[in-house]
Design a protein around this ligand. Structure first.
Ligand SMILES: N[C@@H](CCC(=O)N[C@@H](CS)C(=O)NCC(=O)O)C(=O)O
Length: 176
């Protein structure tokens, strides 16, 4: 049985949930209570020395890092296919994944932090707006980002499974 260590609000754990569910894999969800510091307990540090969820343990094999977990699941359990193989779709999916993690998340984080200066707010908003414009452009007229499978079906796949369903990213931002 697969053990999936997660915490409810984690944007990094969510895509792993999607993949496990879409692939119909039986798994044992293990909550790690981050607020209580469970990620720093020795048993968890033995699984992930960085003290982060998600972690997936499949039989004896342990995987940390959400993208590595997704790649592992795709390779180990290829049906149903969740990742496109044609070069352009694959590149689009990876761009969405990387931009979500490395550009969007820090931008959102900048808005969530307390005691931010007006300049910091402006910087974060500009960063998020750039990301959302990029994603809108990438999506173009396609109903989906990656191809006629999972990553596309959830419209941007990893992006949306981390954040929210829906296409009109820029109007969401302007409402906030
Ligand atoms: N690069 C990691 C990031 C994982 C991560 O930052 N997880 C957060 C929850 S969203 C965490 O475990 N935080 C606990 C802590 O920082 O103490 C991944 O993609 O899996």
């Amino acid at each position: 049985m697969i053990q999936f260590y997660y915490a409810r609000p984690s944007l990094f754990a969510r895509p792993v949930w999607f993949a496990l569910l879409e692939k119909g894999l039986p798994f044992d969800p293990v909550v790690v209570d981050l607020a209580k510091g469970a990620q720093f307990e020795p048993e968890f540090i033995a699984l992930n020395p960085f003290g982060h969820i998600p972690v997936l343990v499949d039989q004896e094999f342990r995987v940390i890092e959400s993208q590595a977990i997704l790649d592992y699941l795709e390779a180990k359990y290829p049906e149903p296919v969740l990742l496109p193989s044609d070069p352009e779709s694959l590149a689009r999916v990876r761009m969405v994944q990387m931009v979500a993690i490395h550009e969007l998340l820090p931008g959102i984080g900048g808005l969530l932090v307390h005691h931010k200066t007006p300049d910091e707010v402006t910087y974060s908003q500009a960063r998020i707006t750039t990301v959302l414009r990029f994603l809108e452009d990438l999506l173009g007229d396609r109903p989906i980002c990656g191809g006629g499978i999972y990553h596309g079906r959830s419209r941007g796949g990893n992006f949306n499974s981390r954040f929210a369903p829906g296409r009109d990213f820029l109007s969401i931002l302007s409402r906030s």
